[in-house]
Design a protein around this ligand. Structure first.
Ligand SMILES: Cc1cc2nc3c(=O)[nH]c(=O)nc-3n(C[C@H](O)[C@H](O)[C@H](O)COP(=O)(O)O)c2cc1C
Length: 369
């Protein structure tokens, strides 16, 4: 499962994303020992401040965080990198800054401290004003160019789906010299409101992460991989090896995992790496590139989609007595429940497909009319 990501020989494509689970040398070392192909540090800034509390909420599916960045000063990272690198793995320093020259200063320090690559985190919705920056090509370009000019290690640019057109922003990063793109960062959110106390989940807006953002991350990765000739690192909502494979099949060269590590600890990395190895060896595939982009190449533009006469059909029988999932979901009133089956009125069925995906027993199929 070795991958050559940005010229860094990773033992596998499973990286740990930037966040407080990679807040210092010791935590990074543990993640590398758990089997991560590489670990990205929590974002390092020039004016490390104390954290606010509380700053993270999780509702069992996704999380909101207002944790901003590392509370270790830049100079303090010299010792942390030494500890992190004692495990012998690949460490990527995440850098956040208000100006390109500040980003370049931190990046060059981190390179000197032993970082194997830099990731510019230019897309954190919890970082005042950064959402706006991440959607502007000029900002992304100037941050990237300044960092690239001041380091000799590869530079990843971490983008977010808050960018109006992530492909244009990714192209700007490439033109400014980026070696790769990571996407996505968290998405601006309010996780919910307690309707008894009328309090929002956290006292301010934060970044949404975890399983619910995976479809957004998948689309971002596919869009960038289709249009920009740079390696892409897929981030967002990965909880198991299947999710990692989805990103790779949509064009990612490697993946990063954040919230799942936060919720389950480093052992989740060990499990995902083992399961991925099992999947590849059971198919006799030794090179990750053999499947990279396989699903992306099947994506069509909307204009290329043909109008095909498709209808739904039941594969027959044994529906649970109380199940009416497909009947209730059919907006075209085309499905009727019979005693232990459903019958489809093909003059009403328009082939939308929702019944097939909603049937808990996968008993519905789509066929040509
Ligand atoms: C608590 C928390 C802190 C985070 N801190 C950072 C950070 O310092 N820098 C950064 O670029 N991304 C940060 N992220 C974003 C993650 O690196 C990742 O892009 C995002 O959470 C989506 O991946 P996931 O769904 O696997 O968590 C943070 C996410 C969480 C949940």
């Amino acid at each position: 499962m070795k991958v050559d990501f940005l010229g860094l020989g990773l033992k596998n494509p499973v990286m740990v994303a930037a966040g407080p689970w990679a807040r210092d040398g010791e935590s990074i070392r543990k993640l590398l020992e758990a089997g991560a192909g590489a670990v990205v540090t929590e974002s390092i800034v020039s004016d490390a401040l104390d954290d606010v509390s509380p700053r993270i909420v999780y509702d069992g599916k996704g999380a909101q965080n207002i944790r901003l960045y590392s509370d270790i000063q830049v100079e303090g990272w010299e010792r942390e990198m030494e500890i992190a690198k004692s495990a012998g793995g690949v460490v990527i320093a995440s850098v956040s800054a208000n100006t390109p020259s500040e980003a370049a200063y931190i990046a060059s320090k981190m390179e000197r401290f032993g970082a194997d690559a830099i990731e510019i985190s230019i897309s954190n919705p919890a970082f005042e004003g950064m959402e706006v920056m991440a959607s502007k090509k000029e900002y992304v370009s100037s941050f990237t160019a300044e960092v690239v000019a001041n380091v000799s290690v590869p530079v990843l640019v971490k983008l977010s789906q808050t960018a109006t057109n992530i492909v244009e922003v990714a192209k700007a990063a490439k033109e400014a010299g980026a070696s790769g793109i990571s996407c996505i960062n968290t998405i601006r959110c309010i996780l919910g409101v307690d309707i008894d106390t009328m309090e929002p989940a956290l006292a301010t807006y934060g970044g949404y992460s975890g399983a619910p953002i995976r479809p957004i991350g998948l689309a971002a990765v596919a869009s960038v991989a289709q249009s920009v000739d740079l390696p892409v690192c897929g981030v967002g909502g990965i909880e198991n090896y299947r999710h990692a494979l989805e990103y790779i099949m949509l064009g990612a060269s490697a993946v990063q995992i954040g919230t799942a590590v936060m919720v389950n600890g480093p052992k989740v990395i060990t499990g995902i790496v083992d399961d991925l190895e099992g999947w590849f060896s059971s198919r006799n595939i030794s090179d990750v590139n053999a499947i990279k982009g396989a699903a992306m190449r099947k994506l069509k533009s909307f204009d290329e989609m043909k109008i095909e006469p498709i209808v739904c059909q039941s594969t027959g029988g044994n529906c649970a007595d109380d199940c009416r999932a497909c009947v209730d979901a059919c907006m075209y009133d085309a499905i009727l429940k019979t005693s232990d089956d459903v019958s489809v009125n093909i003059s009403k069925c328009t082939g939308c497909g929702i019944c097939k995906s909603i049937c808990p027993e996968q008993k519905l199929i789509l066929i040509s009319r």
